[in-house]
Ligand binder design. Structure first.
Ligand SMILES: [Mg+2]
Length: 231
């Protein structure tokens, strides 16, 4: 009594109940793995300079043909720990130059609904400096994960490459041939291998990965990942 009829509405009823709609949205959310060093940041050029100025090594970026820094920089067993400590010191990490176009690409992908997982092989102790660098450079992300990519940490609590296989990444952007090769062989992700002197012998391309040379090319490739509107 006294209840008015509900106002007529011209809205079309939703075909998908809200709860189911949320599930569908999460099912189609793209999930991107983005490495930091030599993908988001120009790290190894800075490492070569560090090796020259602090350790007297005559090396050039172009001649760094293997990923192992002790080999590519000619560091002996005594020099390597000191070099790695300097390379992970906050002042070094905070001074790294970002790769042109990276921040803009991640900003656009995230606003298009993609999930951005920044996945680094840096030691977990560098988390604070890494977070600060990402913030200062305006690089957005949803997760920052520290993975013992190269079995360096001897820390059983660190994630291993095997832990990444269940993440269901749609795309992976890496420069390390070991990680690119592993993920292209063991996941369905599109793997983009950032062209660097040390990954020329990668097997990833033979298994469907794409070699990319900068963020303009990365954006073009990612625009077609599962039909995503991330151009
Ligand atoms: Mg890297």
């Amino acid at each position: 009594m006294g209840t008015r009829p509900a106002p007529r509405t011209t809205r079309t009823p939703k075909l998908v109940p809200p709860a189911l709609s949320g599930i569908l949205a999460s099912m189609v959310q793209l999930n991107f793995y983005v490495d930091i060093d030599d993908v988001l940041s120009e790290t190894t050029r800075a490492l070569a300079l560090l090796a020259q100025t602090r350790f007297g090594k005559a090396v050039t970026f172009e001649n760094m043909r293997v990923f192992d820094l002790s080999v590519s920089l000619g560091l002996n067993a005594e020099e390597l720990p000191a070099f790695m400590a300097a390379a992970h010191a906050p002042d070094f990490l905070l001074g790294l130059e970002p790769m042109p176009g990276a921040a803009e690409a991640l900003t656009d992908w995230q606003s298009d609904g993609a999930r951005i997982s920044v996945v680094t092989g840096r030691p977990p102790e560098s988390r604070e400096a890494t977070l600060r660098w990402l913030e200062e450079r305006g690089i957005p992300f949803d997760d920052l994960e520290f993975v013992d990519k190269y079995r360096r940490f001897n820390d059983p609590s660190a994630l291993t490459p095997g832990d990444l296989l269940t993440r269901d990444y749609d795309a992976v952007i890496e420069d390390a041939d070991s990680m690119a090769d592993y993920l292209v062989l063991h996941t369905d992700a599109r793997v983009l291998l950032y062209d660097r002197p040390w990954n020329q012998d990668s097997i990833a391309e033979a298994h469907g990965a794409q070699r990319v040379r900068g963020w303009a090319e990365i954006r073009r490739s990612m625009a077609t990942v599962r039909g995503s509107p991330t151009a």
